[in-house]
Design a protein around this ligand. Structure first.
Ligand code: FM0
Length: 325
């Protein structure tokens, strides 16, 4: 029997999403913008016709526990209900992440699950509607439906908070991912952003500033102005982390080696290599660069970090349907 798998690539936000205005519907407090990467992805298949009497979820060939399965089950209801399906599902998912990277993300995971459920349920949602439903699984998954530069528009209601492709990034752009630590973070983004919204006195400033950054970065992308793109990316990421530091209790995902990586980026810039960093809800540092400079940058980082801590990524594509036997 042929089984259809869906592959979704992860994405790194250049303009960050850090807060919800509606937790249940995953409606963000601001719009965000990301670059989809080719180096990290998830492949998932869903079958509603399998011989299982309850939802059964395998991740990397391991049967998952009740908590992980329930999360997937709840999400699948968003497809089962409108499609009139009452049967249980067999879900198989594999994360493709270079060894020791620990970058398995909810973005590629939830986007691949949405894509696979879309096929299996026969709902056949278009990409825009699919991004809207992927959003209910994880905010960042909204953007992984598309390749290249993608904007997640905050919208006014649940019906218009979806992703829009901005540019396919088929120019000289790449990222060097510096894996500082691959262990699971102790505070999830979900929890961290909730506490930041509730307690950080800097939050109003973040919202005002990130709205401006989004307008400016879209202009930089339109003009393919790499320096501007990088400057806005670095500044927006730092402002997000500043907002977290203002939370009560203060929140920081940085580790000493995160700072070492950021300093090296600044040093490389002084030497005339244009590159800029961003960080998410973890200690790893992502270096935005010209793809044509990525080998040189990786070599410099390899003087300080191990080779398997350094991964060069190119812009990645949107959802892909794969057929295997
Ligand atoms: O990706 O609570 O999507 O814009 O990566 O599942 O909606 O895991 F830097 C942090 C991603 C947050 C920025 O949060 O949260 C970004 C972040 P959920 P996500």
């Amino acid at each position: 029997m042929t089984e259809k798998k869906v592959r979704a690539y992860t994405n790194i936000a250049l303009i960050k999403y850090w807060g919800k205005r509606n937790e249940e519907l995953i409606l963000p407090t601001s719009s965000s913008l990301s670059l989809t990467l080719d180096a990290f992805y998830t492949e998932t298949s869903v079958s509603f016709n399998a011989d299982v009497d309850q939802d059964t979820f395998y991740l990397n060939d391991h049967l998952q526990d009740t908590a992980a399965t329930q999360k997937v089950s709840r999400f699948l209801q968003l497809f089962r209900e409108p499609a009139g399906i009452s049967s249980s599902a067999l879900i198989k998912s594999t994360n493709f992440v270079p060894t020791a990277a620990g970058l398995a993300s909810s973005a590629s995971g939830m986007a691949a699950l949405a894509g696979a459920a879309n096929l299996a349920s026969g709902l056949d949602l278009n990409p825009r509607d699919l991004s809207l439903v992927a959003r209910r699984g994880s905010g960042s998954a909204t953007r992984s439906i598309y390749g290249g530069f993608v904007e997640w528009q905050m919208g006014t209601t649940s019906a218009d908070s979806y992703a829009v492709p901005i540019d396919d990034a088929s120019w000289d752009i790449g990222m060097v991912v510096v894996v500082v630590n691959h262990h699971e973070k102790s505070i999830s983004s979900r929890e961290g952003m909730k506490n930041t919204v509730a307690t950080s006195p800097f939050y109003a400033g973040w919202l005002e500033s990130t709205a401006k950054d989004l307008i400016e970065i879209k202009e930089a992308i339109r003009l393919q102005d790499f320096q501007k793109l990088g400057e806005i990316t670095e500044s927006n990421g730092m402002k997000m982390h500043g907002t977290m530091l203002g939370a009560n209790p203060p929140l920081s995902y940085w580790e000493p080696d995160s700072v070492v990586a950021m300093q090296l980026v600044r040093q490389l810039r002084k030497e005339g290599i244009p590159c800029y960093f961003t960080m998410d809800a973890g200690p790893n540092v992502k270096v935005l660069c010209r793809l044509s400079d990525s080998a040189k940058i990786k070599t410099r980082f390899a003087e300080v970090f191990q080779n398997d801590q350094l991964i060069v990524a190119k812009p990645g594509p949107g959802l892909q349907v794969l057929t295997s036997n």
